[in-house]
Ligand binder design. Structure first.
Ligand SMILES: [Zn+2]
Length: 325
């Protein structure tokens, strides 16, 4: 069996058919993206990788696991607005942008990948695995809510159609997510946004206002997310502490993707991980473990400081980290 094919005979088939032009994958997940960029027919790719998923030992979790994932993916497809691509309105999109919480068509997915993971984390509904934290984010947001943030103020600019050229799509998508040209202004009183963003994020989480949280994050840089309130040398807790206290997996995941400090301590010396363990939120614990936190068991000496240090896998706009999880 060829090396690096994940133990699947289809891995060898793909490598043979492509004449060895695809780098050996460490796992199945990254492979489809490389193949799409190599010009392989999407329908052929879906068929081949579908076979690989059936044979791969990584997916032999039993029928209940498959049923659970299938139900979760159907919940994503059923979310409001998810019948059409969030960018060009092509029907039945089969790709997702995790951090945007939206479904996109295969044509737009290529452009999203080129934006970089600091703006859009692309994943296939059909080809990739879907752990529970990710399906919860996609099911909670959906295209309607996403566009109420990212496409709220188009100022007469015409959205691309499913038949749009690549240039037309790219122009729209870059204006929408890179330049944030269509995001509505924040309804804020006078004041420095950078000084108050961490407080606004905390309020949005405490009030479980997901739409407001998305709007704030769309306006944020990683530094703003982690800035202490004006005139303060400490902060009682961050939005991530609050999300873990509530056991809110969706908000926890979004905050981590946007670069909030996962190791900041509140005025009791507690990290978000300590709070998540106290509240018993397995989803929040799993997210924090995936993003550089250790499994602390108890509080340490109080150091009420909101550090500016970023997490290891953030979506902060000043970060160039590229890791999908
Ligand atoms: Zn599209």
């Amino acid at each position: 069996m060829p090396p690096g094919t994940g133990g699947s005979p289809v891995g060898g088939l793909l490598c043979t058919q492509l004449g060895g032009c695809v780098p050996p994958p460490a796992a199945w997940v990254p492979l489809p993206w490389a193949l799409l960029d190599s010009g392989v027919s999407p329908s052929l790719l879906v068929w081949l990788v579908g076979l690989a998923r059936i044979w791969s030992p990584q997916r032999s979790h039993g029928s209940l696991w498959h049923q659970s994932e299938a139900v979760a993916l159907q919940a994503i497809r059923n979310a409001k607005g998810n019948g059409q691509c969030v960018d060009c309105e092509a029907p039945n999109p089969t790709w997702a942008s995790l951090n945007l919480g939206a479904l996109i068509c295969i044509e737009c997915s290529g452009i999203h990948r080129n934006l970089g993971t600091h703006l859009s984390r692309v994943r296939s509904l059909d080809l990739d695995d879907w752990p529970g934290e990710l399906t919860q984010v996609l099911a909670a947001i959906g295209n309607h809510m996403a566009n109420s943030v990212w496409e709220s103020c188009t100022q007469g600019r015409i959205k691309p159609t499913p038949n749009a050229t690549r240039e037309e799509r790219e122009s729209w998508i870059r204006a929408k997510y890179e330049q944030r040209a269509f995001v509505p202004p924040l309804p804020l009183p006078s004041g420095n946004l950078e000084d108050s963003m961490s407080e606004l994020l905390l309020t949005a989480v405490t009030e479980r206002d997901l739409l407001r949280l998305l709007l704030l994050l769309a306006h944020s840089t990683k530094d703003q997310v982690n800035t202490q309130p004006a005139g303060s040398s400490s902060f009682p807790r961050t939005a991530l502490h609050a999300a873990c206290q509530l056991g809110d997996v969706v908000m926890t995941q979004l905050l981590v993707w946007y670069g909030i400090d996962v190791k900041a301590k509140d005025n009791q010396g507690q990290t978000p991980m300590m709070i998540a363990r106290k509240t018993g939120s397995k989803g929040c614990i799993d997210i924090l473990l995936q993003h550089g936190c250790s499994n602390e068991a108890s509080p340490t000496t109080a150091t009420p400081i909101l550090s500016r240090r970023s997490s290891t896998a953030s979506l902060g706009r000043s970060s160039s980290k590229k890791r999908v999880s």
